[in-house]
Design a protein around this ligand. Structure first.
Ligand SMILES: Cc1cc2nc3c(=O)[nH]c(=O)nc-3n(C[C@H](O)[C@H](O)[C@H](O)COP(=O)(O)OP(=O)(O)OC[C@H]3O[C@@H](n4cnc5c(N)ncnc54)[C@H](O)[C@@H]3O)c2cc1C
Length: 472
């Protein structure tokens, strides 16, 4: 009954062509079609085109106590846009305007549903001297969504996670009010979050459970004329990682440092994991692959940077394939077919932030668990913010038609999570509720209480993306 009322009211807000409760439409929004996480239920899907329409929708949802789930493409890998408790999925892709590109302060003011393809296409056409950080996610995934979820880009060594790329936000709160945080709260300049109280954190890392971001200013960076992508290969993580750590702290124009094990490399090359050696290390294959990107303003500067990078790599015992650099295509890559159909299309990960000191141990623990379950270990990480911290991800592929494989993927990932908790400071991002429970036990009780109070303040009726985020 409430759902019928909500549907009728939403039709009045957005017009009947922009809302649906047809079963085939609802199906598209009820799950994350890549992961092994439980499915949800989408009752209504709506595509608003402005902050004002979103405000009205959220007010209807508050009145009728129906959940609201912000959504761009729903394949964030953590299943955090899955409507676990039913409700209204708000597909933001009609909020797809790039409102400004500010060349002086280097940011793009974009709407909440802008995709990576939208942003890249716009910059390539109108501002070829500027670039955004790019993820490996498919081009149709969301830019703002990614920044809010601590995503990582190919400029990570320069600028940190996506959250650090956010200058300011306009948000419809769970209560339906519209607010702005950052310099944009006082002016039309969206240059940063400084020097006001930093309220952007009320929406970062909350998985859309405190409000819907309708506008965001995202940092851009200069596209320098000289660039080189290195691939450096080693036998093991314990040999290779310290060299990358040294590089990350050496300056040298390095904007991105990625490292993968053999299994992940095979996966990105679309190999079927069942057809490649399961344990590269035991098979005497190299198990450490790194990709380092450097950029410079002049040729002389570039040559000097490259010389220093190659020296550090060689001294450390990593191999630079033929000629020292540029094997394979230029990074970044978009992983169009990574979890492809020949393997059954399923993939999921445990992704965590951790200290640079512990990432080798993280890999070893995750590798041990994955092998125990008869899977190929797949690991990928990035060094962030000039070596201040690291993101580490371990993936499992599975066949989505095979319930046993899905169950096994869940068990492996849960066990990896539990194992790596023995390392101090490992924190999963886009974490499911069971991980939140683990973390809440580690936090000071007053921290947990504060989180709950913040959630209640911003979303008084608990309608925002229930089952995800913090403070439920
Ligand atoms: C093959 C593959 C590779 C990937 N590689 C990367 C990678 O390298 N780096 C990386 O960072 N990510 C990666 N991802 C994860 C993810 O797709 C990206 O982070 C992406 O940009 C998020 O967009 P989405 O459309 O998937 O978000 P959605 O799944 O639609 O949303 C993600 C979360 O944000 C919330 N949300 C969405 N929009 C808003 C909004 N405007 N306001 C408030 N909350 C909102 C949702 O409720 C949900 O909780 C990858 C995904 C895939 C499938």
């Amino acid at each position: 009954m409430e759902l019928d009322n909500a549907f009728e009211e939403i039709v009045k807000i957005v017009g009947e062509q922009n809302v649906s409760n047809d079963p085939e439409m609802r199906y598209l929004y009820h799950y994350d079609f890549i992961t092994a996480e439980p499915e949800g239920q989408c009752d209504i899907v709506v595509m608003p085109e402005s902050a004002e329409e979103i405000q009205q929708i959220v007010k209807v949802a508050n009145k009728l106590k129906i959940p609201v789930i912000p959504w761009v493409s729903g394949i964030n890998f953590g299943s955090t846009a899955t409507p676990l408790k039913g409700g209204i999925v708000v597909d933001l892709r009609r909020l797809n305007r790039i409102l400004e590109v500010n060349k002086d302060d280097m940011y793009a003011l974009i709407e909440g549903g802008i995709t990576w393809a939208d942003l890249q296409g716009h910059l390539g056409k109108y501002h070829p001297d500027l670039r955004a950080g790019i993820t490996w996610s498919p081009p149709g995934t969301g830019v703002v969504a990614s920044c809010l979820c601590y995503g990582m880009f190919d400029l990570g060594n320069l600028g940190g996670t996506g959250a650090e790329f956010i200058n300011g936000l306009e948000v419809v709160l769970g209560s339906g009010e519209l607010i702005r945080v950052g310099s944009c709260s006082l002016s039309d300049c969206w240059y940063g979050r400084q020097p006001l109280p930093d309220l952007a954190g009320l929406f970062i890392g909350w998985e859309g459970s405190t409000g819907i971001v309708t506008k965001a200013a995202i940092k851009l960076w200069p596209k320098l004329p000289f660039r080189k992508d290195y691939t450096a290969i080693g036998r093991s993580f314990s040999l290779g990682y310290p060299i990358l750590s040294k590089l990350s702290k050496a300056g040298l124009g390095i904007c991105d440092i990625v490292f993968q094990n053999y299994g992940w490399l095979q996966s990105t090359m679309e190999a079927n994991e069942k057809k490649v050696p399961r344990d590269a290390f035991e098979s005497n294959l190299p198990d450490f692959f790194s990709f380092i990107t450097t950029q410079a303003y002049t040729e002389k500067q570039h040559d000097a940077q490259c010389e220093a990078i190659e020296e550090i790599i060689r001294e450390g015992g990593l191999k630079l394939p033929k000629g020292g650099a540029n094997i394979g295509s230029e990074m970044p890559i978009h992983l169009w077919g990574c979890w492809n159909f020949s393997r059954g299309g399923g993939g999921q990960w445990i992704g965590s932030y951790c200290s640079s000191r512990d990432v080798v141990k993280y890999y070893e623990l995750s590798r041990k668990v994955t092998l125990k379950y008869g899977h190929t270990p797949q690991f990928y990480g990035r060094i962030l913010f000039g070596g201040h911290y690291v993101v580490a991800r371990t993936n499992v592929n599975f066949n989505k038609d095979d319930l046993k494989e899905i169950q096994s993927a869940r068990e492996i990932l849960k066990e990896i999570h539990d194992e790596v908790q023995s390392i101090d400071g490992v924190v999963m991002y886009k974490a499911p509720q069971w991980a939140h429970e683990v973390y809440e036990k580690k936090m000071l009780p007053a921290t947990v209480e504060l989180t709950k109070k913040v959630k209640k303040l911003l979303d008084p009726n608990g309608i925002m993306n229930p089952g995800h985020g913090w403070g439920d």
